[in-house]
Write a protein that binds this ligand. Structure first.
Ligand code: KIV
Length: 264
């Protein structure tokens, strides 16, 4: 998808939307050759690229540099960039200056965790021409508030809250909403109630699209296996095999061979 209009078209034609996170140029070049519809430069960069245990320590600078790299690697893809923890609580000029930098780096939209609590910020973005993807259900930036990474919306009150968040997102003019870690039935209900597309991660098959974290999708994180993750490749194993073989060939004098060496 190249622009925001196409999100709406996909929802109307009931064509599933595919998204993946990405944080670097080389990976972006690979995904540029795939049919993936859109890319999220997520604040999960803090965990996947910087080794932090939550997303809370993410810096907007990291997202900005990653957005720049992903835009260069995948010039035709629709790019959504995340906002680091507490960005939306800063004063208007500070938070909008972050948005400005992300757009200058190549973002076409920003993602905001929490809808009702960020109404004013979302309105400012949209009235300034910045498309907003909302995010509700499990909000990793609220991990301390909800006691960790847990399924949200199993209880009536939580489930009503999530439905309400989704409706507010639509009313505010968000072009889509991420539903993270919610029961399948709730994912389906919210999707049916909205005219904007829902993108699920751990929200079952009834959402309008799916998103996975790059490292999880490629099997690069074999030690981490959330229920909703499916590894579509044995990435870590493949890389390890290549490294083992490289070391072996160097030790045995097989690499570099004549093919990889210069003649005089
Ligand atoms: O930052 C991220 O990777 C995300 C996805 C899990 C939706 O927010």
């Amino acid at each position: 998808m190249k622009n925001i209009i196409e999100w709406d078209k996909k929802k109307k034609s009931q064509e599933k939307i595919t998204m993946v996170t990405c944080y670097d140029f080389t990976s972006a070049k690979i995904l540029a050759t795939s049919p993936i519809d859109a890319v999220l430069v997520g604040d999960s960069i803090a965990m996947t690229m910087m080794g932090e245990s939550t997303t809370l320590g993410c810096e907007n600078q990291w997202i900005k540099w990653a957005t720049l790299a992903v835009r260069r690697g995948a010039p035709e893809k629709f790019i959504v960039s995340d906002l680091a923890f507490l960005t939306t609580t800063k004063n208007k000029s500070e938070s909008m200056s972050v948005v400005e930098q992300l757009f200058k780096a190549g973002a076409q939209a920003v993602k905001v965790e929490g809808v009702a609590s960020n109404k004013e910020f979302i309105q400012t973005c949209i009235s300034s021409g910045v498309p907003v993807m909302a995010h509700t259900g499990l909000m990793p930036q609220h991990t301390h508030l909800v006691g960790g990474y847990k399924v949200q919306g199993r209880e009536q009150e939580q489930s009503e809250f999530i439905k309400e968040e989704a409706l507010i997102a639509q009313e505010l003019g968000c072009f889509s909403i991420v539903l993270e870690c919610v029961p399948t039935e709730l994912g389906k209900q919210v999707t049916g109630a909205l005219s904007i597309p829902t993108i699920g991660i751990g929200a079952g098959p009834g959402t309008d699209g799916q998103i996975l974290v790059w490292q999880d999708l490629l099997g690069l994180t074999p030690d981490f296996k959330a229920k909703f993750v499916k590894a579509f490749s044995g990435g870590a194993h493949l890389f390890k095999e290549a490294l083992d073989q490289y070391c072996d060939e160097v030790q045995k004098g097989i690499f570099p061979s004549k093919d990889e060496s210069y003649s005089s």
